[in-house]
Design a protein around this ligand. Structure first.
Ligand code: AMP
Length: 181
């Protein structure tokens, strides 16, 4: 099963993705995690990515796509995967379609974790992180809406919305049943 998970910051996407990958028995491929691992290990990729990540900008499609291609070429990702944080732009989505087409594969579902902005705002303000000012949070939410909308249009009939308000277990159960698992 090939699934993408999409959701705004503060929606609990990372937690849900980790559990979902375990339950679906597919590798959890998170581009953010792979970038962070490279930053931690001080690889060339990490050095390059860090500048963008620190600035809150997206790493170039070229660099990100090459990294995803390498990860999806590993044998464990052949039968399926849960992609978290990729694609994030319409060009990345088109690129992924091409890669999968070469493998005779396609995306099965796009799980959309839905949490209302006012709930996200409250959760992020409660974290109390230095970069979690009301202005910064509002801006990130705006960017999520402007960047993600075209992606959801691209995948239109594959999008499976899931209510992300509730306990971790509740949301996970909803996600699994939305995917008919
Ligand atoms: P995340 O953990 O998904 O929020 O990703 C952390 C950072 O990694 C982002 O702010 C970007 O700088 C970079 N990143 C992750 N995924 C992508 C992607 N699909 N395209 C470009 N940059 C990405």
């Amino acid at each position: 099963m090939r699934v993408l998970i999409v959701g705004p910051q503060g929606a609990g996407k990372g937690t849900q993705a980790m559990l979902l990958a375990q339950n679906l028995k597919v590798p959890h491929v998170s581009t953010g995690d792979i970038f962070r691992a490279n930053v931690g290990a001080g690889t060339d990729l990490g050095v390059l990515a860090k500048r963008y990540m620190d600035a809150g900008e997206l790493v170039s499609d070229e660099v990100t796509s090459a990294m995803v291609a390498a990860r999806l070429a590993e044998p464990d990702a052949e039968p399926g995967f849960l992609l978290d944080g990729f694609p994030r732009t319409a060009p990345q989505a088109r690129w992924l379609e091409g890669l999968l087409a070469e493998r005779g594969q396609k995306v099965d579902s796009v799980l959309l974790l839905e949490v209302p902005d006012h709930v996200l705002m409250a959760r992020m303000l409660a974290r109390g992180r230095a970069d979690d000012t009301a202005e910064a949070i509002t801006r990130r939410l705006e960017l999520y809406h402007t960047e993600t909308k075209p992606l959801l249009d691209f995948y239109a009939n594959l999008v499976v919305p899931v209510d992300g308000v509730g306990t971790v277990d509740e949301v996970q159960r909803r996600a699994l049943s939305a995917l008919n698992r």
